[in-house]
Structures are given as structure tokens and as C-alpha cells.
Design a protein around this ligand. Structure first.
Ligand code: SF4
Length: 358
């Protein structure tokens, strides 16, 4: 599914210039756009010569998002594309765990992430050893890990999920009779998903007595203590401020935000859900409680929509991915994602199960 945000793989320099100026003129000064045009065109030529496909996450800076990717989207959309692509090289303009997911799903391809510094506080918040310990403590539990984890953690898991299908994955497991679900590592995503499904939630840091108090024949979601370093900064007062200044705004929030924030907003959902909502639902204005580049990218893509762009919370990991590094990545074939074959085997099943439950 090519995204509407993308520029043709055969675009000439003039077509690249026109597309970028048209898309970006309302959010980036013209002089800055012009400075990026030749760079973007060099990447487009290079990816064609090398039979590379470029995947761009929704949090990419506008000059990247609105120029070189063949596909843009959230983790789930891009993982599905990575699994099926016939390109020789997958360039993942996103963070490292996304490159790992692409490698697991399509291991014969060369997978590049343009920066080796593009980490994630959630992925770094849990290790394979942590999960092994949890499995010993809760041997009856099925293990679901958020896709924002490294392959070693996925390799210890039964299922993966994204923010786009966490509710469906958990509901499927509950319907199958699983009453103890370890949902790792994002404590807020786990609590928010449990709230949505009206299932009790406990953090694994609680004492044993707290778990024993929940009857074994009733579902319970058990979480971990990692947080997204960006989404955890949104507060209920931020919601109040937007409501006061823009009473007609629809507020959409990502479920990595704290539950007290989610309780006050109008729409909860993944970045894909936000894109779909802004495109399809008429509202006087929209406020996004997620990494703030999203608001810029949607303002550029849907200029007839009134996006509130007062937010300043950006992900430093996503921001490491630039056009300069993307070109260097293609020219030097860096930074390559390498995973041991046995880890690829162990991590593949939970990811494939995630994709199957869309
Ligand atoms: S926005 Fe949060 S979850 Fe996404 S890559 Fe950055 S730190 Fe990780």
C-alpha cells in the first residue's frame, strides 16, 4: 500500500523540488526546503540503482517523511511491508528495533538503519533475562511484548503487538482462555489496554499477595515498568490547557501516554489511527498528544485540516534519522542490522502472530 505521502521512485530533480516545496511550504522555510532538495533526489536515485526500498515511520522529520520513503506508516504497517518486499535492501528510517523487526521478517535482505544511535527508552527498558525471570514467577502466563522491544526480548515472547492491535491481541488471548497475560514492557500501554478491555492490571513490581488476590479464573494483565520517554511527559493539565484555548478541538492521544491523560482525551489510538482520523473525520481542529513531528507531518499532508502545533515533545532517537545519514547509509551500506539465525527463528513467530491479528 503506497502511502499518499510518497514521491515516485522515478522522480526527476524538478519533480522532487516541486513535490517537496508543495508539501512542506507551510511548515518549513522555503530556503530550508531548497537546501534539502538535491539531497533527497540523490537518495531517490541511489535507492533505485541499488534496488532499495525506504520505509519511513510517522515520526520522521518532515523533510525526510515527505521526500524519500516509498512507504510511510506506523510500526505494524511498515513491518508488514518489510515482510513482503522484494527489494534487495530495506532502509528503515525509524529506530533500531524497527530495523530488527524487518530483519527478522525478511532475513535474506540487507537491512539498514541510517543512525546507530536511534534507540528507544521502551526497547532499552526490558531484557531477555528480565522476561525469563518473569516467566519463572508467572509460569502460567502468556507473554505479549510490545513491538518496541529488541529481538532478544521478542525471542522470549509468545506474541508481539503494536499500539494499533494491542487490544485485539489481548482480547484474542482472553477469548482463548488465558487468564494471566504478561504485557511488556510499557506500563502505560498495558494499563490503558487493560482499562479499555475492562480487565484488572497489576505491575510486576507488586508483591505476590496482590496477584493472589485476583482469582485464577479471571483475566489479569501484568505489566512492567518501562515508559516512552516522550509520551510519559504529557499531563492531564496539558489536556486542560488545549481545551481552554481550543474548545472545539478534537484531542487524540497515543496509548503510551499516562492513563490520567487518556481518561481526558476524545480519541485513543496508534499513529495510524490518528492519520486515518485526521484524513477521514471532519473537525474544526485537531490536537495530537504524541511525538510532535506527527502534527507537522499531518499539517503538511492535509493542508485543509487545522492542526494545533503547539507541542514541543520530540523523540531524540527518531530525530537522529536525517536525509544526510540516509544517503550516507546507502552509500556506505550502514548501519546494517545483523541478528543470529537462532534469534531470528525465535523472534519470528511472535511477530508473525502480531501481523496476523491486524
Ligand atoms: S517516541 Fe518513545 S516509543 Fe517511540 S522511539 Fe521514541 S522513545 Fe521509543
Amino acid at each position: 500500500m503506497p502511502a499518499s505521502a510518497t514521491l515516485s521512485r522515478t522522480a526527476t530533480l524538478d519533480e522532487t523540488r516541486r513535490f517537496m516545496h508543495d508539501r512542506l511550504k507551510s511548515i518549513i522555510p522555503e530556503i530550508e526546503i531548497e537546501a534539502k532538495v538535491e539531497l533527497a533526489h540523490a537518495i531517490i536515485e541511489r535507492k533505485r540503482e541499488m534496488n532499495a526500498v525506504i520505509l519511513g515511520h510517522n515520526y520522521m522529520e518532515p523533510a525526510v517523511y515527505h521526500s524519500v520513503p516509498d512507504y510511510v506508516g506506523d510500526s505494524l504497517q511498515l513491518a508488514s511491508i518489510a515482510a513482503e518486499t522484494e527489494a534487495d535492501i530495506i532502509v528503515f528510517c525509524g529506530v533500531w528495533f524497527m530495523g530488527e523487526t524487518a530483519k527478522v521478517l525478511n532475513p535474506t535482505k540487507t537491512v539498514l538503519v541510517p543512525s546507530d544511535k536511534a534507540g528507544c527508552s521502551l526497547a532499552e527498558g526490558i531484557t531477555a533475562q528480565d522476561i525469563q525471570q518473569l516467566k519463572k514467577r508467572f509460569p502460567e502466563a502468556v507473554v505479549v511484548t510490545y513491538v518496541n522491544t529488541y529481538a532478544a526480548a521478542k525471542g522470549e515472547s509468545d506474541y508481539c503487538c503494536t499500539s494499533g492491535n494491542a487490544d485485539k491481541v489481548l482480547q484474542t488471548l482472553i477469548d482463548q482462555g488465558h487468564n494471566r497475560i504478561l504485557f511488556l514492557p510499557d506500563t502505560y500501554l498495558a494499563a490503558n489496554t487493560a482499562n479499555e478491555l475492562q480487565v484488572p492490571y497489576l505491575n510486576a513490581q507488586e508483591e505476590d499477595a496482590a496477584f493472589e488476590a485476583v482469582p485464577a479464573d479471571q483475566p489479569l494483565v501484568i505489566g512492567w515498568n518501562a515508559k516512552c520517554e516522550v509520551h510519559e511527559l504529557f499531563t492531564p493539565e496539558d489536556v486542560d490547557n488545549v481545551r481552554r484555548q481550543y474548545p472545539d478541538a478534537v484531542i487524540l492521544a497515543h496509548p503510551e501516554c499516562p492513563p490520567e491523560v487518556m481518561a481526558k482525551v476524545d480519541v485513543a489510538g496508534s499513529t495510524k489511527k490518528m492519520v486515518d482520523y485526521v484524513r477521514d473525520v471532519d473537525a474544526p481542529r485537531y490536537a495530537l498528544f504524541t511525538e510532535c513531528t506527527m502534527g507537522d507531518n499531518l499539517a503538511a499532508e492535509f493542508p485543509h485540516r487545522n492542526m494545533i502545533r503547539a507541542c514541543t515533545l520530540r523523540c531524540k532517537h527518531m530525530n537522529y534519522i536525517t536525509l544526510e545519514d540516509t544517503l550516507a547509509g546507502l552509500e556506505k551500506l550502514q548501519y546494517q542490522v545483523e541478528l543470529a539465525p537462532d534469534l531470528i527463528e525465535r523472534a519470528r513467530l511472535p511477530i508473525e502472530r502480531m501481523i496476523a491479528i491486524r
